[in-house]
Each structure stands twice: as C-alpha cells, then as structure tokens.
Design a protein around this ligand. Structure first.
Ligand SMILES: *Cc1c(COP(=O)(O)O)cnc(C)c1O
Length: 521
C-alpha cells in the first residue's frame, strides 16, 4: 500500500463516509490533475466526472486560474476583513453584483410590462457578505433573513405582545443546504439530519416536484425524463400555495422560502419541471416571504447557458407560464426562470473550485435594517476568520472572466448537447429508471425494474457499487443513494463526455445487469 494511503487510513476521518468500509480498501490517492483528468500516486488516470464534488468549473491546473493565484500570492495571501478592506475582495464583490443582476435589459423591460413581475425585476442584489463554504453562505442568509424579519415585524407589533412568534422558514422536501446547524435545520434529509434533531430549530417543508416519483403523476413510466411525459395538474404548486395560506392563517406568515433553483442536488438530482420555480416564487412573494436561493451547486453556469427548454413540454403545455424562453447565457439558475431572489448563496464553483470561498448576496433593503449608531448594536454579529480571502477572491475573479468568454459559453453549450446525446444510449438498460439533465448536471436513477420504478433498497448499495465499478473503468463520481451523478468540468471534451457516460452504462451492466438483484424483480 502506498505511504500516503497508509497515513490516510491511520489518521484521516473522511466526510460522509462509513470509515469501516473505507478502511477495508486502499484509497485512491490523488497527486495531480489536468483539465478533466485526475492522476493518482501510481500514475493511474481518471476522469473527474463530478468535478470534485461539484466544485470545479474549468478543469484542474487551469493556466488562467493558476496565474491569478500566483499573481496575488506575490502580493499577499490573506489579511482580515475585520476592520480592513482588500483589493481582490472589493473587485469581486462588484463583479458578483453585476452578474447577479444581469438579466438582459430586454427581459427586464418585458417583465416591467407584466405587472406580476414588476416588483421582482426592480429587486437588485447590492451587497456581498463573504464566507468560506456553502453551509456558511446559507447560514448567513438564514441569520440575515431571520433578523430582518424580526426587526421588520417588531415595528408593527407592540412589544407588549410577549409571545411574538418567531420568524419561520419554509424549504423543500429532501432539501440539503449544508452541514452547519442552521443549514441543517433548513434541510429535510432524514438520513443525515435526524440524529441532530435535538440541536435544530423547527422549519417546515413542502413537496418538491420530483416528477419521476410524484404520487400525482399519472403517467406510466416511459423511456424519457419524467418531466417530459408527466401527467398532472401541478398539484405540487397547489400544495405550496396551501402551505403559505395555512401559515398565514396561523398569524405568522413565512419569513422566507429557501430553495435550490431548477434542480435540487444532494436531494438526489431532482429537477423542476419548467415553470415550477416561477410559480412557487410568485406565490412566496405574494405571501410576503423573502426568497433565499441556494445556488451553491447550481451557480456559475452549471444549469446551462440557455434555459433548459424541453420542446415536448412546451408543445404539451401551451397554457403553462412563459418560462420556457426565459434567460440565455445566464450564470445563475434563478435567472433561467426570471426569478430574482432576496438572497443568493454561492460557494462551490465561486473560485472555479480552487479554494474554499463563499458569498451571500442580498438587497439594500436587508442591508439597511442593520444600519444604526454604534450603541444601537444593530450590527450583523457574524463573521469568519478567512472572510474575503485574497487568494480565493483572485481565483474567483479569474473564473468569472473565463465564464464570460465566448469560448467558455460555446464549450458549455457543446458539452451540454454532447451529454444529452450520449445519455440516450443508457435508455435500453432495464435498470435505468430516469435520466435527468439540467444543463451540465446529470442524475441517472437506477431502479430494479424500469416498468414499475421499483427502487433498490439502499442497503444493497447499488449506487455505491456502480460508482466503484466506474472508478475501475477510469471515471470518478459519487452516487446519491441510487442516483449516479455526472457533473463534468466545463473543459471536458466530447470524447471524455462519451467515456463518462459509457463507463456509467458499462458499470450498471456489470454490477446490476447479471446479479442477484435481478432475481428480486
Ligand atoms: C454543497 C452544498 C451546500 C454546502 O456547501 P459546503 O461548501 O459543502 O458547506 C449547500 N447547499 C447546496 C445546494 C450544496 O450543494
């Protein structure tokens, strides 16, 4: 066993990992990377098919990112944001504000004409609070939204009302917003979160549109993305409406609605049918809730250059909201449906996946509530040691520059098409139940039998085994339960994308195709 592997096994505790299982094998030890390729200590090469857990955008060892960090390193690596400003963080804040409000002018004018959208089109994200990772980006939004609501409400409720209800949050079924305690409270994955319930505050959840397993979807399984052939009446949206109404009736309307736009990641790569986001965020707005968009995974072009248009869907549902044509070349998933949130949480891809850095963007309306004289103590009492880190900010600036280049936009469009085409080759596999693609995010849900959608028992570790086999075939990714994730770096070539999909198909055949699981059908 390699020395580093031995040291790892002796001393390192890995995240989200059953260490007993880990300790049974020699781990892959990564030594270097180039583009979409990772290389281990033995010189074995792998394709990084989940962009190093959804963080990497432009590939490893990118000359522009490397140069930006090196340039900054010659000046300084880090100085505190407590009491001090710095060059790259101030430049990055300006860039992020620009990007976060960059819906096209044509779009904004169109929105202004339609009265329902006029309010949201005037909503601008103006302030950037830096932190270190996705969990803290969400934690910051949570605290700000809580305090904003509390203060806004204390103006209209007499202080005598001692039992003033606490601002309450609504998020989606299966939601994952990070692992710090506040972020966990917003999450609804029992497997991860139940153990800590004693540490958490109460939040509510509402149905998310999981078309493939939706009880309201009356369509029989087809060999296509379930969103396209679904038969329903948007019951999921009606449930959101009901939830808001019920909470209002209790005299404590929701303070904020927290969501991942277009696709929920850790929930199992659950994509939203076109128009869902627009409808539910309109409902949230109508009920006075703040919108907290967690774009930790979906941000920075992940969900595609153009709106995820499903032509079949558009034909079938002519009466549906006009979201299909919305947005093009947008960096954020929200903008694909013309939604402008009050909070935008960013991390993973912010630095191109190079360094741990996060940002929470919000409006002047929120910012202003924290203004006051020193002795009023309205300060936002929150911050991290590495807030506004210079190396991270420099990498982020370079990443944003790459993202705006025509070459990057074309490459992403091409990669999205190639993936879409290659994924079609997986439909003949009887254990592939659903293939879901939103831009450059793919989830392939494995089932015991596609005709019944019968799932594998998690204990059978179907997803894990398929990914282990894919690693043997030279493609690295991690499953979410029985969903295999493909989320390639944007620099992935057509040939590499093909290899990724082919390895997935091959692994499914090898691991499940002939095994005892079939006997369970
Ligand atoms: C990964 C993720 C987080 C947490 O980010 P960390 O950097 O791992 O703390 C939060 N929200 C979403 C949607 C994520 O995908």
């Amino acid at each position: 066993m390699h020395r580093f592997a031995k040291l790892d096994r002796q001393f390192v505790w890995h995240p989200f990992t059953q260490m007993r299982h880990w300790l049974k094998r020699e781990p892959i030890v990564i030594m270097s990377g180039q583009g979409a390729v990772l290389r281990d200590v033995r010189g074995q090469e792998y394709l990084d098919a989940n962009s190093s857990i959804w963080t990497n955008l432009h590939g490893h060892n990118h000359p522009k990112l490397n140069a930006a960090i090196q340039r900054q390193l010659r000046k300084i690596a880090h100085s505190s944001a407590l009491g001090l400003a710095n060059e790259p963080a101030s430049l990055l804040a300006q860039e992020l504000v620009e990007a976060a409000n960059s819906r096209s002018r044509r779009r904004q004018e169109a929105d202004l004409k339609s009265s329902a959208e006029s309010a949201s089109s005037r909503r601008r994200l103006q302030k950037v609070f830096f932190s270190d990772d996705g969990s803290t980006a969400v934690e910051v939004a949570l605290k700000l939204a809580y305090e904003f609501t509390r203060r806004a409400r204390s103006v209209c409720v007499p202080p005598a009302a001692a039992t003033k209800p606490q601002p309450r949050f609504l998020s989606l079924e299966g939601a994952y917003h990070g692992d710090t305690v506040g972020a966990v409270a917003l999450g609804h994955i029992d497997l991860f979160h139940k153990a800590y319930s004693g540490l958490l505050f109460k939040t509510d959840k509402v149905m998310s549109p999981y078309c493939y397993r939706c009880p309201f979807n009356k369509a029989k399984p087809e060999r296509a993305d379930a969103r396209e052939y679904r038969k329903c009446n948007w019951e999921c949206v009606a449930l959101v409406e009901k939830k808001f109404a019920a909470q209002k009736q209790r005299g404590n309307p929701y303070a904020a609605f927290v969501f991942e736009p277009l696709i929920q990641g850790a929930a199992g790569m659950i994509p939203q049918p076109s128009g869902w986001l627009r409808q539910v965020t309109d409902l949230a707005r109508h009920n006075g809730a703040l919108l907290v968009a967690d774009e930790v995974m979906t941000g920075f072009g992940r969900t595609g250059v153009a709106a995820n248009v499903s032509s079949r869907m558009a034909l079938q549902h002519k009466d549906r909201p006009r979201s299909h044509e919305r947005g093009y070349g947008r960096l954020f998933a929200c903008h694909h449906e013309g939604v402008q949130p009050d909070f935008l949480c960013l991390a993973k891809g912010l630095t191109g996946g190079y360094l741990p850095m996060a940002a929470t963007l919000t409006t002047n309306k929120v910012f202003d509530v924290f203004l006051g004289e020193y002795n009023e103590f309205k300060t936002f009492f929150h911050g991290h040691s590495f807030t506004g880190n210079q190396l991270g900010a420099s990498a982020a600036m370079a990443s944003l520059e790459i993202l705006q280049s025509a070459t990057s936009i074309q490459a992403r469009q091409q990669l999205e098409r190639t993936l879409g085409k290659e994924l079609q080759t997986l439909w003949p596999l009887p254990n592939v139940g659903d293939i879901r693609q939103v831009g450059l995010v793919v989830g392939v849900e494995l089932v015991r039998n596609w005709r019944t959608r019968a799932p594998f028992d998690l204990r059978a570790r179907a997803g894990i085994r398929v990914c282990e086999m894919m690693a043997q075939l030279g493609v690295l990714t991690r499953p979410i339960g029985n969903v295999i994730v493909l989320m390639p770096p944007y620099c992935t070539t057509g040939t590499q994308a093909k290899q990724m999909v082919a390895a997935l198909g091959e692994a499914v055949k090898k691991v499940i195709g002939v095994s005892r699981w079939q006997a369970n059908r």
